[in-house]
Unconditional design. Structure first.
Length: 97
C-alpha cells in the first residue's frame, strides 16, 4: 500500500509528507492540487488495483470474479491549513501509530 501511494504521488506531482499503512486502515498526509475526497478516492483506486493484482484477480479472472471491494465507502479526510497542524499530522502518522 505504501509503495503504491508513493508512486501515485510521484505520478501526480503531489507532495507526500507521511504514509502509514496499518492492518485495517491507512494514514496519508499529502499536499495535492485536487479536492481531498478525490485524492482519497484515487489512492483507493490505485491500491485496489494492486491488491486485486496480488490476489490474482487480473484479466479474465477479474471480469468473472467481479469487482473486489477492498475499502469501505467514504473515509476520514481532514484539510490542514496551518504549518503547525501539518507538522503534528506528520508526527502522528509516523510516530503515533
Amino acid at each position: 500500500m505504501e509503495q503504491t501511494i508513493c508512486k501515485h504521488c510521484r505520478v501526480r506531482g503531489w507532495q507526500l509528507h507521511a504514509v502509514n499503512a496499518r492492518s485495517n486502515h491507512i494514514h496519508v498526509v499529502v499536499t495535492a492540487d485536487r479536492d481531498s475526497d478525490e485524492v482519497m478516492n484515487q489512492f483507493k483506486a490505485w491500491c485496489s488495483r494492486k491488491l486485486s493484482d496480488a490476489a490474482g484477480l487480473v484479466g479474465t479472472v477479474a471480469k468473472k470474479a467481479g469487482r473486489r471491494r477492498w475499502f469501505t465507502e467514504g473515509g476520514n479526510v481532514e484539510n490542514i491549513e496551518e504549518e503547525a497542524y501539518l507538522e503534528n499530522a506528520i508526527r502522528y502518522v509516523l510516530e503515533g501509530q
